[in-house]
Design a protein around this ligand. Structure first.
Ligand code: NAD
Length: 371
């Protein structure tokens, strides 16, 4: 089979779906690998680094030969137009944001596997791109916060006196939040972590951070959180307000699957923070955890900087791409055997992430949205 990787079209997307090491592994699986010229360049992988790979001049030529297409961002309608019927395309699909692309793939008999729909079961951990990319985002958010901050993170003992370490509060202790806690600790800050799932308490503490306990238990299904009731939100705000006010840096990562980001930091809470403090809102993609968040922008309110970056993993493209490409490889190795496609559509992982196949939308929530 031909596995093909086009250049990503979204200008802000610097990750790539295939890195040289993974290309070699695909070839060992018996696949023929084709890449569009300079596909890897945005993530600093030169064409020459991809050994034994066919380099194709244009996307049109690439799609004409592709059996499997590897992508990072959702294929555009123009890209889908160029794919042959029966092509399998794998990448992030954002079906809620781009329902028209989903219907186009359905109508063109394109099989699409959505990386964000890979079930979060133990067997699929190595294919879990949400987790790998969230870890990149959590790390980078701390570095951005440190850069925007008016204070040192570590304690410093110098001839000019002793500097107290920064206080960092991380709200939402999932994959991104735990990586943020670990990174802030490595930089020497005093760190607090908070989440509504009680299982996170031990995880936060094991990283050397203090757990902020609001007494809430809001576990949802599949290891995720559920939305809080109005009373619970109030209870959360009452406890969190003083921790937020005392922090030099707050990093927020709270998310509920399929829902807008919960609003946790109110304008009044920001106004209770010291001038010079920083909020990095990693939930900006879903609207943000801070009421004042403007996705994609950095604003200052009453001396408090509120940074709401989008597509953070793309800002560390080399390692983000390495991790993402390995996730893709692990998924592909479920059904590429001796250079042939052998797909078991009943496999829980494959069935879970199939968005469109054989002229149908297989993912029920997306089907409900568009049909
Ligand atoms: P996520 O990105 O959906 O949410 C981030 C965090 O925000 C979660 O920890 C959630 O509990 C928290 N949150 C939601 N509402 C909140 C609120 N009002 N206040 C504070 N925090 C709030 O989640 P994620 O990081 O992708 O995953 C969460 C968990 O799922 C992981 O920590 C893990 O336990 C589980 N998981 C399992 C697997 C697997 O088994 N393969 C893979 C990934 C994640």
């Amino acid at each position: 089979i031909n596995v093909a990787v086009p250049t990503e079209l979204a200008p802000e997307e610097r990750r790539v779906a295939l890195v040289p090491d993974v290309a070699g592994r695909l070839i060992k699986l018996g696949a023929t690998v084709l890449i569009e010229k300079e596909m890897g360049q945005r993530a600093y992988f030169a064409d020459a680094a991809y050994k034994d790979v066919q380099i194709v001049d244009t996307a049109i030529q690439l799609y004409a030969q592709a059996d499997v297409v590897l992508k990072v961002s959702p294929p555009t309608e123009a890209e889908i137009e160029q794919m042959k019927a029966g092509t399998i395309v794998i990448g992030f699909m954002s079906p809620h944001r781009y329902p028209e692309r989903v219907t186009k793939m359905r109508d063109k008999q394109i099989t699409s596997l959505a990386m964000e729909l890979v079930p979060r079961i133990s067997r699929a951990q190595s294919m879990d791109a949400l987790s790998s990319q969230a870890a990149v985002a959590g790390y980078k958010a701390v570095l951005q916060a440190a850069d925007l901050s008016n204070v040192f993170f570590p304690m410093l003992t110098t001839a000019a006196g002793t500097i107290r370490p920064a206080k960092v509060l991380v709200i939402g202790a999932g994959v991104a939040g735990l990586q943020a806690i670990a990174t802030a600790r490595r930089l020497g800050a005093i760190v607090e972590g908070y989440d509504v799932r009680s299982a996170t308490k031990e995880q936060v503490q094991s990283l050397g951070a203090k757990f902020v306990d609001t007494g809430l238990k809001a576990e949802g299904t599949g290891g995720y959180a559920r939305e809080l009731t109005t009373e619970e939100k109030q209870q959360q705000q009452d406890v969190l307000a003083k921790h937020i006010a005392a922090a030099n840096v707050v990093i927020t990562t709270a998310a509920i699957p399929g829902r807008p980001s919960p609003k946790i930091i109110t304008t009044a809470m920001v106004e209770g923070m010291a001038a010079g403090a920083v909020v990095v809102d990693l939930a900006a993609e879903g609207g943000g955890n801070c009421e004042l968040c403007q996705p994609g922008k950095t604003i200052v309110h009453n001396g408090v900087t509120i940074h709401a970056p989008l597509n953070v993993p793309s800002q560390m493209p080399t390692h983000a791409s390495e991790m993402y490409a390995k996730n893709l490889f692990n998924l592909l190795s479920l059904f590429v055997k001796n250079g042939q496609l052998e797909i078991n559509w009943q496999d829980e992982v494959i069935a879970g992430c199939t968005l469109t196949h054989a002229g149908e939308i297989k993912h029920a929530p997306t089907r409900a949205l568009v049909e």
